[in-house]
Design a protein around this ligand. Structure first.
Ligand SMILES: [Zn+2]
Length: 192
């Protein structure tokens, strides 16, 4: 997977205060411009979005990221055994191939790419600098790295790429909190 400049800024172990100062410096250099709509922002146009995400808490309740799937249909498989001694660090949401995958949060597209386990994956930087991982996609939504997306925007389409190629199509969805690493998405998707 591509290791982008956005991910370096979003590393959970990075010191929050240091990051804030770096962002303020970049913001002052850039004059805090918000990009024109429909235009992909450049590095020096991003700080306003970063500041917004840093100041916004992650909601306790998030929408189910697969169109048409209800919270009651989701099974909590957090921590279940996986190949090579790994533990399941997310939730699997089964749906027909090609079902739209919808962003649970607003945020910035950190990366769009391919990795061995996840297949076609999208990373979104969300509120409180949380990172949201959408994996095993059949294909991607209409955006590129650095784009701003809103809750419910199409991230991609359900598939079984990566190590899910022997399983029925599903979305693997993971949440990584700043400073905590992977957390169980299940309570966020099923709370009312
Ligand atoms: Zn999974």
């Amino acid at each position: 997977m591509q290791f982008s400049v956005w991910q370096r800024y979003a590393r959970p172990q990075a010191n929050r205060a240091a990051r804030f100062i770096i962002i303020l410096l970049i913001a002052s250099l850039a004059g805090c411009q918000r990009p024109e709509s429909g235009q992909q922002p450049g590095l020096f146009q991003l700080p306003m979005e970063y500041l917004h995400l840093m100041q916004t808490p992650l909601p306790a309740q998030l929408p189910v990221p697969v169109q048409g799937v209800k919270p009651q249909q989701i099974v909590d498989t957090w921590g279940a055994a996986r190949s090579q001694g790994r533990r399941h660090e997310g939730v699997d949401i089964f749906a027909k191939r090609g079902t739209p995958v919808l962003s649970t949060t607003e945020g910035l597209i950190l990366s769009v790419g391919i990795n061995t386990l996840g297949g076609n994956v999208v990373w979104v930087l969300g509120p409180d600098m949380s990172r949201h991982y959408y994996a095993h996609l059949e294909s991607y939504g209409q955006f590129s790295q650095g784009d701003w997306i809103k809750v419910g925007d199409v991230v991609g389409y359900v598939g079984n790429s990566g190590n899910a190629r022997t399983t029925p199509p599903h979305l693997h969805y993971g949440i990584y909190r700043n400073g905590e690493g992977a957390i169980n998405p299940y309570p966020y998707l099923t709370r009312d």
